[in-house]
Design a protein around this ligand. Sequence first.
Ligand SMILES: [Zn+2]
Ligand SMILES: [Zn+2]
Ligand SMILES: [Zn+2]
Length: 345
Amino acid sequence: MPHNEVRKDYLLDRWVVIAKERGRRPTDFAKKERQQAKMSVCPMCPGNEHMTPPAVLAYLRSQRQLVKVSDDGHQRHKDWLVRVVPNLYPAFAPPEKKQTKKQQSVMHNNLMLALGHHEVLIESPVHDEHPADARIPQLILVINAYIDRLRELSKKPYVKYVSIFRNHGLEAGASLSHAHSQIIATPTIPRTVNEEMEASKKFHKQHHECAFCNIVETEKRGTRLVMENSEFVAFAPYASVHPTEFWIAPKKHEMNLLNLKKNEIQLFAETMKKCLCGLKQLVNDPPYNYGFHLTTAEEAKDYYHWHLEVYPKLAVWAGFELSTGMFINTVTPEAAAESLRNVIS
Ligand SMILES: [Zn+2]
Ligand SMILES: [Zn+2]
Ligand SMILES: [Zn+2]
């Protein structure tokens, strides 16, 4: 019997068995019914603003102008377009005013306080306006809100990383079905991003080139391309861990989203929508997670290149994956890209 391939991630020391011989297609994972979070009252829907903590940021429309505001104490702004509120059960919280710098800092080499921020970004006043179906102007507002929060949170002295991510569907961890993303600012750089940064730095030192610019060039011309436009490339990564996984990366070398121009934000919104809509059609609105990888560390600006990673939740990680950190993917990225390409075009 011919062997499967074991592939290594572009940068991470992470290996995945690409089970070619199983020959599965993304559509094999389409389910008739998807589990939905059930609830009687949606705390994120307009009119229920009092059910959330005061917004740290809300976009309002006033005489055709976009106005950015925050809630104050008991008052809640209504008629918002996008709203960002602190999570009711934050994993990371800001330092208390009376805490000294020393109390805030690392206490031991294996212990630190969970200082940071944990926010929920309500993407639309329309309950079901998920990115796959969103109006492009609304998706542009969402991306602008990501940028605003990234700018604000990355300035805080106790914040070392800002993770912007989205859980879609109950099985992917979204306990509320209203369209929303989350933002977690952490006091340390999480492992995966740190490892990617270290490997990118090493690559840059050796080749005098950004690893991701190189990946974008290669994938643009290969069989794993999902789609491209003048500014962005979407592709199924060479060592995809998840069936039908895809990444979106800018062609322009940038370490984060803070310098995106208006037309770039528009094209990013269009790319996101096309790809997520393709995934939705292909596998019947599967649960998925996505997360940005980026950095705001000035010293990384030459070697790190931001991107969005999308992980459809179609397989169950079991004993082997959990106990070894090695993965088995039964859909080849080449087959995933082909299916996505076909449904998008
Ligand atoms: Zn709702
Ligand atoms: Zn680059
Ligand atoms: Zn990455």
